[in-house]
Design a protein around this ligand. Structure first.
Ligand code: SAM
Ligand code: SF4
Length: 377
């Protein structure tokens, strides 16, 4: 099987040298200065346009996944430093109306811990994109409490949900998340499927020596629920001792495990800017059991060349990459009375500086100081 080719369907532009030679000369920032209506797109010097905004609504969480957070000692951002609902909605409006954002994913920390999440979603759903459409609204959540809120969230305008689940083994769930909450997550997966937020996507991070054994059981479980499982390669964004390039479980290894149980063929849809390479799977022992599984090989087959994301943290900072070591704060300018156009200008400048790739394999790679839970995955 040509797994390697399929995982990397477009020539990656994450080679800094090559990327700057091929594209930076032909893109001029001036070309993207505001036309008469004051609107523009978020373009970087390599020509990528950001259409997808990740909004982190809190850095707090009710789990402590080992690959994401330390067991203790991580201090929450003080409330006065975080954006209130009106501030978040103002920045979202600027992103959609002035900067060409078309999709928004709310994340965290745990976004269900954000009071008034339904109101923030409803305020976002009322906006229209540059194409005159409703913004596509998604949520990434650990699922705790989602079952009780799914109807209200859908009514507010939520289109899709990703629920994180790394094992369906109760004991391993406790050791991975440091909390005994598996039954709550499973109830929420049922509720999300029943609510028709199709396709419900399940995110699973695979850690070496921890949950490789869960790869096939998770796949069987998700197929039985009609949910789409996506395995995510663990990235160097959590506690530093938790990630070693040489030890990580790669996409190829995940595919090899799946092939013990399933026949895999590349799904027809082109991957585009979507990070997951999607596979059709058929159970070898029962061909009536079929589904689709995605693999997000962010480390071994980076999709930086197609990245269309911008990120807003809960304290009002723009990040142009998960791995960026620089940030552009908007909160203070916003509180000091900056106009929408001035905030849009700052945001566009932050995105213009986006690097061609995350550089995980570069010799001098340094993990960002901000933890994953405060960046928003
Ligand atoms: N709390 C929510 C959740 O767990 O879905 C949203 C925030 S969480 C940071 C977003 C996603 O990032 C989750 O699917 C989580 O598994 C993933 N994630 C966290 N740390 C990661 C890491 N070091 N490598 C890869 N994925 C990670
Ligand atoms: Fe919380 Fe999500 Fe991080 Fe787990 S991955 S600790 S649920 S923010």
């Amino acid at each position: 099987m040509t797994t390697r080719l399929y995982l990397s369907p477009t020539p990656p532009r994450n080679d800094r040298e090559g990327a700057s030679k091929s594209t930076s000369a032909s893109i001029k920032h001036d070309a993207y200065l505001p036309p008469a209506d004051g609107n523009r797109v978020l373009v970087d010097r390599f020509g990528r346009i950001a259409r997808d905004l990740r909004v982190s609504l809190t850095d707090r969480c009710n789990l402590r996944c080992t690959y994401c957070m330390p067991a203790e000692g991580l201090e929450w951002l003080p409330t006065e430093q975080t954006l209130n609902d009106a501030e978040v909605l103002r920045l979202i409006r600027i992103a959609v109306v002035k900067l060409g954002i078309r999709q928004i994913r709310f994340t965290g920390g745990e976004p269900l811990l954000r009071k008034n999440l339904e109101d923030i979603i409803a305020g976002t759903a009322a906006l229209r994109t540059d194409e005159g459409e409703k913004v596509h609204i998604a949520l990434t959540t650990n699922g705790l409490g989602l079952d009780k809120r799914i109807a209200g969230l859908k009514e507010a305008g939520l289109d899709r949900v990703n629920i994180s689940l790394d094992t369906i083994d109760a004991e391993r769930y406790v050791s991975l998340t440091r909390r005994d909450r598996l039954s709550g997550v499973l109830a929420s997966i049922d509720a999300a499927v029943a609510a028709g937020l199709h396709p419900v996507k399940i995110n699973a991070v695979v850690m070496p020596g921890v949950n490789e054994v869960d790869i096939v059981p998770l796949a069987e479980y998700c197929i039985s629920k009609g949910a789409q499982l996506r395995f995510i390669e663990q990235m160097p964004l959590g506690p530093r001792e938790q990630w070693k390039r040489g030890d990580m479980v790669t996409a190829e290894e995940i595919l090899a495990r799946l092939e013990e149980k399933f026949t895999l063929s590349p799904a027809k849809e082109p991957r585009g800017a979507a990070p997951a390479a999607l596979w059709n799977v058929v159970d070898k022992s029962n061909p009536d059991i079929t589904g689709q599984i995605g693999i997000i090989a962010s480390v071994t087959h980076p999709f930086c060349g197609d990245c269309d994301r911008s990120r807003l943290t809960t304290d009002g900072t723009i990040r142009n990459c998960l791995f960026s070591r620089t940030e552009t704060p908007l909160r203070d300018a916003l509180r000091d009375g900056a106009s929408d156009d001035e905030l849009a200008q700052l945001w566009a400048g932050a995105m213009w500086e986006k690097k061609p790739g995350h550089g995980i394999d570069d010799e001098g790679f340094l993990q960002p100081d901000r933890p994953m839970s405060a960046i928003g995955g």
